[in-house]
Design a protein around this ligand. Sequence first.
Ligand SMILES: Cc1cc2nc3c(=O)[nH]c(=O)nc-3n(C[C@H](O)[C@H](O)[C@H](O)COP(=O)(O)OP(=O)(O)OC[C@H]3O[C@@H](n4cnc5c(N)ncnc54)[C@H](O)[C@@H]3O)c2cc1C
Length: 400
Amino acid sequence: MTGIVVIGAGQAGVALAAKLRGLGADQPITLIGAETTPPYQRPPLSKGYLLGEIGVDRLTLRSDSFYAENDIDLRLGHPVTSIDRASRNIRLGSEWIPYDQLAFTTGSVARRLPVAAGGKRPGVHTVRTRGDVDAMRADLAPGHRAVVIGGGYIGLEAAAVLAKLGLEVTLVEAAPRILARVANSETAAFFRDLHQQNGVTILEETGVANLAGEGDAGRVTGVELVDGRVLPADLVVTGIGIEPVSAMAEAAGLDIDNGIAVDDFGRTSDPDIWAAGDCTSFMWRGQRMRLESVQNAIEQAECVAANMLGAGQSYAPMPWFWSDQYDVKLQIAGLHRGYDQVITRQDGGTSFWSFAAGQLIAVDAANDPRAYMVGKRLLEAGRSVSPEAVAGAVKVQDLL
Ligand SMILES: Cc1cc2nc3c(=O)[nH]c(=O)nc-3n(C[C@H](O)[C@H](O)[C@H](O)COP(=O)(O)OP(=O)(O)OC[C@H]3O[C@@H](n4cnc5c(N)ncnc54)[C@H](O)[C@@H]3O)c2cc1C
């Protein structure tokens, strides 16, 4: 009996396979992962795992016995290399595995620097896989000079950990400000101050021209900036965004548009093939978009699992995300795109409320779980509150 094949054993792939069984699917399920390690979560990689506070056991998504107990055939350590849609088979090493329905949950890879060999040389690190972080450890000596390239959440989290570990950290961001793609300018200012208070130098609107070192492959010794300065470096960490893993889907002729394009149900341009997680773009409020978050990976995968079994559910998330830097837990509900006004509240912690044309679109809450909860509930219910009401409420819960 052929069954369901899931390519990519990360956050979305595991959620999809587990949900299928949870919903009572009785066909064979094969979950295939390119990495050798049992499926794990990535958020701690730039937080507690990099800091050395949490071990491998807390990264793992499910117990080792979970897959066998749920009759999920987990195959690790080999990437699927191609798919044949006509015969409905995928290729794994020398084997062809047949499917009735297929899902791509192939995630994303760290974008590389536009310099020779994508900047791959000793001392230059990305933060995408457990192997990346394990490889970085040898370079994390107190007093070492670290340059972090990229001021998004991953770059900022890595900078916070390196500073905590006693390294001398400079963060370089090409855009006019940090967090330009994902947060409003008030939230960015809050985190700029936080990093500066912790001794991190932040250089915004500062482009990187090249890496310095012996030849193109010798150990990194510095970062050459567009303005001609050279920042000496014992190690470099790049956090300049990700690329969805969609080349195999593209080669198979599926529609691609900033990742594997799916419809409202998570179905690709082939009715037997689905996609979920970082590798996937979908329509959200009239725009095609791609989300890079645990919440999206899980919820989209679970929606796809239900739809593979015929549920016909459309996927309409209310995005949320979090980030940990130093002793600040940031919780984010909604998306900031197109904001034109921000109200800041102090209710113990600090919260930043983004509005577009008077409508609440997102809330960033720093050490303020109550403001996050209130904002999230308002956004989930599709209820807006006016900027004046947010500014004037005595207690944040009065907004509900
Ligand atoms: C350092 C870091 C910190 C993060 N912090 C947060 C956070 O605080 N909050 C948050 O919400 N999100 C965070 N994220 C994002 C979140 O982890 C991702 O959005 C999520 O992992 C996406 O899940 P996914 O299943 O789509 O991709 P992944 O979890 O990346 O899984 C994809 C898997 O597919 C495998 N694969 C790819 N191609 C093939 C192939 N051909 N054959 C077989 N297997 C293949 C890959 O090896 C990979 O294991 C963070 C990410 C990183 C890297």
